[in-house]
Design a protein. Structure first.
Length: 115
């Protein structure tokens, strides 16, 4: 199964929809500045979609992307940032083709929260 790439417009739209739905206040100037970051991260995602790229490199890219998206929600406070992180994690999980790998990922998250 081929991995699905998320287009920059989809991410930017998703941020707008999510921020309105969750009541997150996103500074428009800050969002504009970060759009370039998101587009850069998505270009990197396209390169990482190559099956020869190591999983660890993909994981590091995911972490960097999540931090960028969380930065967009900082103005809204901790709860809103957590909601955005949750939504982004759902988007990320949808890109993992194997149900078993999704379950392993969620298990690792749960274990890391316990320690």
């Amino acid at each position: 199964m081929e991995e699905v790439l998320i287009e920059p417009d989809v991410v930017i739209n998703e941020i707008g929809v999510l921020s309105r739905r969750e009541g997150i206040v996103v500074d428009e100037d800050d969002l504009e500045a970060r759009i370039g970051e998101v587009e850069s991260l998505l270009a990197e995602q396209e390169r990482l979609s190559n099956p020869n790229v190591l999983y660890e490199e993909r994981r590091q890219h995911y972490i960097k992307t999540q931090k960028t998206l969380l930065g967009m929600a900082q103005i809204g406070g901790e709860n809103e940032a957590l909601q955005l992180a949750k939504r982004f994690t759902e988007m990320y999980l949808s890109l993992i083709p194997s149900q078993k790998r999704r379950e392993e990922y969620l298990l690792r998250i749960a274990q890391s929260k316990k320690s």
